[in-house]
Design a protein around this ligand. Sequence first.
Ligand SMILES: Cc1ncc(COP(=O)(O)O)c(C=O)c1O
Length: 437
Amino acid sequence: MDRRSFMQYSSSLSLFGFFQHPLLAKDQEFTIQDGIRSSLNELESGGYFSEDFSDPTNEVAWAKIQSLFPRVESFCQLENGYFSHTSLPVRKYHQEREDYIQSRSSWFMRREQEASIEKGRTDLAGFFTWDPENLALTRNTTEGLNTVISGFPWKRGDEVIIGDQDYGSMNEAFEQAAQRFGIQLKVAKIPLVPNNGDEVVAAYLKEIGPKTRMLHLTHMINLTGQIIPLDPVIKAARAEKNDLCIVVDAAHSVAQIDYNWNECDADIVAGSLHKWMCNPLGLGFLYLKTPWIPQIWPLMADRSMPQTNIRRFEHVGTRPVQTIEALSEAIKLNALMGGLKNKENRLRHLQQSWTNEFRTAGGFSINTPSYPGSSCALANVSVKGKSPDELAAYFWEKHQIFTVAINHPVVKGVRITPHLSNDIRDIVKLVRAMEGL
Ligand SMILES: Cc1ncc(COP(=O)(O)O)c(C=O)c1O
């Protein structure tokens, strides 16, 4: 089947009362196209992106983007936080580059690889409006942050502040550094559902002391989707202690929200490009402010580059360069939606369309803040009387909705993460499932 139209769906959906749902009140006709085999350039020149993507509720426009991210029909995918689908045009380009590299093998590696890596670096720097000389291409956030945590010039007794909802791998890296280098970890208790950013700023400030050497901030908490107020936290922390090294885990925030990275006053930022940038799997980045480049030990030893050169953090051996080559296309797709703000607004709209229904409903707790700018696609819900595993099993077994159970000391619930591959019908399906609890 080449095309499946929304109206073709209508008879089966209406049996379940989908059309009565206010979220579908606009009753927009939209078409999801399958099997798009064109490049972004071809689609662009053919007028594919001529829709106005500035209205997050415009299902007709967003169906164009949704069509680029084909998905299985057998279940409803609402766990898009692990990694992102790559769009079809980017996958096509990635495959073409893989074929090109495979056909030339070591010739490519010896003659052309470097230019491809440098182009990837420059294009990514353009996306962030950073200097390419501060940007290393890594395999993912885990690699970038482990490099920093294990390669930092620690002194015994240094203190580092982490958050109580930071990502598990980073906690492990800091715990290992504590054993290895004799540093002390202090854990800031971040409110689960703060009413404003000041509460989060205060939670971090409380922990800063004379021995604090590093502040580690998770920009978007993966457990709940909470976005911390990064600029106010950094500003307040610097005012308290101006020699702190401020490190940001940007795994989920990069290319999900339209944050101004150029004005971010962090020292170090690491992220994954196979998440919301929708690049093929296995690409991340590590940004270091210039003074930190010679001070951090690379994870993989390097003596080919001067100590002041960011490329010393890229000594990973033979790597799939097509994944870097695909990045320019992945970046371009964001621009073709009219910019990252449109994407952010669409993702937040999908999230709020279900969380708003249940924020005040008895028995449900939405474990994700709602003040402006404090969340986007990801949100977490718990239901009285059901463990996270039971709730996730209910969604999956009764409704074929895939989510993830979060069993964490601070938050127990189910994380639900729509993507550009979802539309409002998926959200209605979720809402119906929740109403059935
Ligand atoms: C907050 C956060 N940091 C780091 C990571 C690790 O990302 P990766 O597995 O791409 O290294 C994740 C993964 O979900 C995450 O949510």
